[in-house]
Design a protein around this ligand. Structure first.
Ligand code: UN1
Length: 500
């Protein structure tokens, strides 16, 4: 057994699960390409049974008071704190992200658990003034039902926890279909949540794990018992999912692709901008939804900025994500590497100058795909720049007026995250105004990635419009009932209508 396989087995054992090894779905590590375990794909009957269990469990769970439901999530947060490094190890093993980022991802889970526990006592409905005497008008938020969660490989555990922590305090139950690239982290999370349920005396059936490829997800998409389908992934996936959920009048919460840009103005603090840009563009090997893909820099400082980013890129340690000095780990698989090469070829055909990077780096042999992050100067925003390539390619475009920069920035189909580096308050406010960035996330003097859980997370246009994690995102997991209560002995009709 290889060292990485042993590491996965030991982490899983400490997390209260065993490594499945008799299934048809190979769990591979992008670190070396080795197989860590073999998970069984859920059959259509398995998925149906999982939805049935979640649906049955919902009927009782919805009536448990929200602050009592929160006990499960509080316990989950404690278990995650206790097992932080084991789960982070599994994230590094399956997703390839460096240890510090993997620990950060587990911290993001702990944060959302704390947030959700607080929210459990704040599921506020409004009280409105009724136009009728002796009447009261208010709204009540109720649990929705079964929430189907389809998550991606790049945040294999945090995005599940954003959805699950809120769904559970909101009185919903969950059926989770993780990425087929990260089945073991899912087994671990399922085991921890099961333990949390047992520890606080809640029904473990509130959470169901199903494994497999798109077909398994499609069953969640089409099943009318799944009240909300929360899906994170590509625009292509969202385009397939959204109309099918809509056709059965289900609710969808979509977190799809990003094509995140940063504007760098002449007044920017360039040292800070470079640090922000390098983390956002090269961090996680460019495999975050929020990764920085486009820099739009004022022509007067473009050469200086590109030179500084290139200097920083030359010093980026690429290699084993478990090595504390590494900053750039592997791409998830060969397909990701090939997509990166195709995009770079297309950019070259469009007249791009590849300043540096884009090459394969041999770290651990032929079955793993490490690359040097690329900086690519473009004369214009051609179609390859307008697409999301899930790899570390940073396109650099120049501008002369801020209007032009904002126009370029918004001229992509996606609308997740954005930022401006400036010390000019007018420029910053303009970027945040109604005619500024059109994204769900707009930042000043930080990069596009690494959002905290306290804010709502999500984006516009082809990003899908969903909002998850903080602020009032919990409302997506509940249904609103408007209540009119007549406490008088009269029956006045609204709008002054007379009826007999
Ligand atoms: C994702 O890439 O799907 O803002 C989520 C960030 C993280 C979450 C990313 N907190 O980069």
């Amino acid at each position: 057994m290889s060292a990485l396989e042993t590491r996965a087995r030991q982490a899983l054992a400490r997390l209260g699960a065993s490594t499945p090894d008799d299934g048809d779905l190979a769990a591979r590590t992008p670190i070396t390409g080795e197989v860590l375990g073999r998970v069984k794909t859920s059959t259509p009957d398995d998925v149906d049974a999982a939805i049935s269990r979640a649906h049955a469990s919902f009927r009782a769970w919805r009536s448990v008071p929200a602050p009592v439901r929160a006990a499960v999530v509080r316990r989950l947060g404690q278990l995650l704190t206790e097992h932080k490094s084991d789960l982070a190890d599994l994230v590094t093993l399956e997703a390839g992200k460096i240890s510090s980022e993997a620990l950060g991802e587990v911290q993001e889970m702990i944060d959302i658990c704390e947030f959700a526990v607080g929210i459990s006592r704040q599921l506020y409905g409004k009280t409105m003034a009724s136009e009728r005497p002796g009447h009261r008008l208010s709204e009540t938020w109720h649990p929705l039902g079964v929430v189907g969660v389809i998550s991606a490989f790049n945040f294999p555990v945090a995005v599940w926890s954003w959805n699950t922590a809120l769904a559970l305090v909101c009185g919903d139950t969950v059926v989770w279909k993780p990425s087929e690239a990260t089945p073991l982290t899912a087994v671990a999370c399922d085991a921890l949540l099961r333990r949390a349920c047992v520890d606080v005396g809640a029904d473990p059936a509130v959470h169901q794990l199903v494994q497999g490829s798109a077909a398994v997800g499609e069953q969640l998409v089409d099943d009318a018992r799944v009240a909300l389908l929360s899906a994170t992934g590509s625009v292509r996936m969202g385009r397939a999912v959204a109309p099918r959920v809509a056709a059965r009048f289900g609710k969808a919460l979509l977190e799809l692709g990003g094509n995140n840009g940063a504007i760098v103005t002449p007044s920017a603090d360039l040292d800070l901008a470079v640090r922000g840009i390098v983390f956002a563009a090269a961090g996680t090997a460019g495999q975050r939804c929020t990764s920085l893909r486009r820099v739009i820099v004022h022509a007067s400082i473009a050469d200086d900025l590109v030179g500084r980013i290139a200097d920083a890129y030359r010093q980026l340690p690429i290699g084993d994500p478990f090595d504390d000095s590494t900053l750039v780990g592997p791409l998830i698989n060969r397909a990701a590497f090939e997509a990166m090469q195709t995009s770079l070829q297309q950019a070259r055909a469009d007249g791009a100058t590849v300043v540096l990077g884009g090459d394969r780096v041999d770290v651990a042999g032929p079955d793993s795909y490490y690359v040097s992050p690329a900086i690519v100067r473009m004369a214009s925003q051609t179609s390859v720049v307008r697409e999301e390539t899930f790899a570390p390619i940073l396109y650099v475009l120049t501008y002369t007026t801020l209007d032009e920069a904002i126009e370029l920035h918004n001229a992509v189909p996606q609308g997740l995250s954005s930022s401006i580096f400036t010390t000019d308050q007018r420029e910053a406010e303009r970027f945040l105004a109604a005619d500024g960035s059109d994204c769900g996330i707009a930042n000043v003097n930080i990069g596009t990635s690494g959002a905290e859980i306290g804010g709502a997370f999500g984006g516009e246009k082809e990003t899908g419009g969903g909002r998850e994690s903080g602020s009032d995102s919990w409302q997506a997991y509940m249904r609103r009932a408007t209540n009119t209560i007549n406490y008088s002995d009269q029956l006045p009709l609204a709008q002054g209508v007379n009826f007999g």
